[in-house]
Ligand binder design. Structure first.
Ligand code: NAP
Length: 288
């Protein structure tokens, strides 16, 4: 029987501790406060930011969504980011992606000071990921951090295991490969130009799909032993408009050891890790 690796299980064990950490900091006079810059009204972005706000407010933190018009100039956007970044009462900040076409050249992760970069995209924070020199006070990129946490919660062995990650983006594939490396896994990163992808996934102990293509990975990519662990990072819509991952979960049932579902797997872990990073940032700034 294939095990479902869910964020719900992770939260039932770990959320009370996170809530207590928020409560302790609030009692000391610091309310972890996040500002999210949302440019335009991309429907998916509106839902994502709303979910993040709800989660942080449920923990007792504050989350303000700064709605800026789709037509905002680069200068005005940068002014907004600067104002938020320099406010001592704001501990975390990020710009919800994607940005409108005329602003898409901006590397917004680099515009937010590393101490408030709760997304973990700033070069200074990524340097810790590169060196493997990080601890619980480091702002790690949320989705990769969530994947490792989820696997550890389910006691999936990482050391010495062969991991194939499909996708080499800066927000998922690349940083995740470094977090697996820090866990002493052996990582192969695959992408659209990779030859013989099926051979590579069949040889892996853990397969991560971060591709952005609905139901891309099916049982043909698995070995015959049924002992592999599959992590589905994808968030897509299928041909009927239904939310789905990069993995055709139905075809995988009973053909792999464990799998993360979509929805209910990596997605909620990303929000959990964002809230955890906000707490880290608030604590770091307080202890400065
Ligand atoms: P991305 O920047 O578009 O990167 C996609 C990667 O997949 C690229 O490296 C691309 O290769 C590779 N790829 C595309 N087609 C392929 C193929 N046929 N065979 C092998 N590799 C292929 O996407 P992303 O931002 O990393 O996001 C990936 C997915 O994760 C999306 O569905 C996104 O919505 C989701 N996501 C989820 C969360 C979450 O919280 N769960 C967070 C972030 C992203 P090339 O580099 O060669 O183009």
């Amino acid at each position: 029987m294939t095990i479902l690796i869910t964020a719900k299980d992770y939260k039932s064990t770990n959320l009370p501790t996170l809530k207590k950490q928020y409560a302790d900091l609030i009692e000391k006079g610091t309310i972890p406060t996040l500002h999210v810059i949302l440019v335009g009204e991309n429907p998916a972005s509106v839902i994502y930011t709303r979910n993040k706000k709800k989660f942080i407010e449920n923990l007792g933190g504050k989350c303000e969504i700064i709605n800026l018009p789709e037509t905002i100039s680069e200068k005005e956007l940068l002014e907004n980011i600067n104002n938020i970044s320099s406010s001592p009462d704001i501990h975390g900040c990020f710009v919800q992606m994607p940005l409108p076409q005329h602003l898409s050249h901006l590397d917004v992760g680099q515009l937010i000071p590393p101490s408030k970069d709760v997304d973990g995209f700033h070069a200074e924070n990524l340097y810790h990921v590169m060196t493997g020199n990080f601890d619980e006070t480091t702002l790690l990129p949320c989705t990769p951090k969530g994947v490792i946490k989820l696997l550890k919660e389910y006691k999936v062995e990482l050391e010495g295991k062969d991991v194939v990650i499909i996708g080499r983006s800066m927000i998922v594939g690349k940083p995740l490969s470094l977090l697996f490396t820090a866990e002493n896994s052996t990582v192969t990163i695959c992408h659209s130009k990779t030859k013989d992808l099926i051979e590579k996934t069949k040889a892996a102990n853990i397969i991560v799909a971060a591709i952005g293509k609905a139901n891309f990975l099916n049982a043909d990519y698995l070995n015959e032993k049924g002992d592999q662990v599959i992590v589905d990072v994808g968030i897509n819509k299928d041909s009927e408009g239904k939310l789905c991952g990069d993995v055709d979960t139905e075809s995988m049932k009973n053909k792999c050891h464990a799998i993360t579902p979509v929805p209910g797997g990596v997605g909620p872990m990303t929000i959990y890790c964002l809230a955890e990073n906000l707490l880290v940032a608030a604590n770091n700034l307080r202890n400065k």
